[in-house]
Design a protein around this ligand. Structure first.
Ligand SMILES: Nc1ncnc2c1ncn2[C@@H]1O[C@H](COP(=O)(O)OP(=O)(O)OP(=O)(O)O)[C@@H](O)[C@H]1O
Ligand SMILES: [Mg+2]
Length: 250
């Protein structure tokens, strides 16, 4: 079974009424890999992520998640797949009226048969993984942006996913907090062999976390390779994007 890649798209197309957003994307993510998806705003990165986790149904093509093609499945049939993937959304998407601990426990309470004590143990452990062991009683509004992102990650990790998808995990963070998130992704990958797809236009972040980077431009992957190969890539769009990103970082 593990000969199948963790994730794979084949000629993935996603169209809305008058626009084709993804135009035949082929992407393969092996177990244990951290794959970065970079690209300009509006290029289709979030749409690709949503197709990968079954939140959007592709117009055409295939989306394989741990050996199952979820593209033809109904929303209900895709649900078990969705629970196996961890998703960390761009804006953390925490419930403001729940404490940090209740946010992390949310999926466990709804989808796992566990005692209250077992849930508390998992919540404590996941918060410790992201360096937030003493915050369980606080509300999201009492946390900094970086802390909220880490709670979002702890919540995703509560369900023991093999694969976690991150949408812009470092956007809106200062360099120190961004670095912390990057370190966390790298550590989870090394220690738990977590497979990760990281969507970001933060090139600096992707270069230090990803084993492989795919560049999306206008709904297509125009370049793919190791961070070094991407740095050297001769595609003019890739070079233009890297130049712009490094100018922005200065
Ligand atoms: N449901 C929709 N209906 C119409 N257009 C959409 C829809 N969803 C996305 N789009 C369009 O598809 C394009 C890609 O959107 P997407 O959110 O995937 O881009 P992105 O690369 O994640 O951008 P950003 O870096 O700003 O997050 C954009 O032009 C967006 O306006
Ligand atoms: Mg996006």
């Amino acid at each position: 079974m593990n000969a199948a890649p963790a994730l794979e798209t084949r000629q993935l197309v996603y169209a809305v009424e008058n626009a084709t957003i993804l135009k035949g994307v082929d992407l393969r993510v092996e177990y244990g890999e951290v794959v970065g998806i970079m690209g300009a705003s509006g290029s289709g990165k979030t749409t690709l992520l949503k197709c990968l986790c079954g939140l959007l149904k592709p117009t055409a093509g295939e989306v394989w998640v741990e050996g199952v093609n979820i593209a033809p499945l109904s929303e209900r049939e895709r649900m078990p797949m969705r629970l196996r993937l961890g998703i960390v959304f761009q804006y953390a998407a925490l419930f403001d009226f729940l404490t940090v601990a209740q946010n992390v426990a949310f999926g466990l309470e709804r989808h796992r048969r566990l005692s209250r004590a077992q849930i508390q143990d998992i919540v404590r452990e996941r918060l410790a993984w992201v360096g937030l062991e003493d915050t369980g009683h606080l509300y999201p509004s009492q946390l900094s942006g970086g802390m909220r992102k880490r709670v979002g990650l702890a919540r995703a990790l509560a369900m023991d996913p093999h694969i976690v998808l991150f949408d812009e995990p470092t956007s809106g963070l200062d360099p120190v907090n961004a670095y912390q998130i990057d370190q966390l992704i790298t550590r989870l990958n090394r220690e738990l062999n977590l497979t990760a797809v990281v969507v970001s236009h933060d090139v600096v972040s992707l270069m230090r976390t990803a084993h492989r980077i795919a560049m999306v431009d206008n709904g297509q992957i125009i370049a793919e390779g190791t961070p070094d190969a991407i740095r050297q890539h001769e595609h003019p769009q890739v070079q233009a994007f890297l130049r712009m990103a490094s100018a922005e970082a200065l």
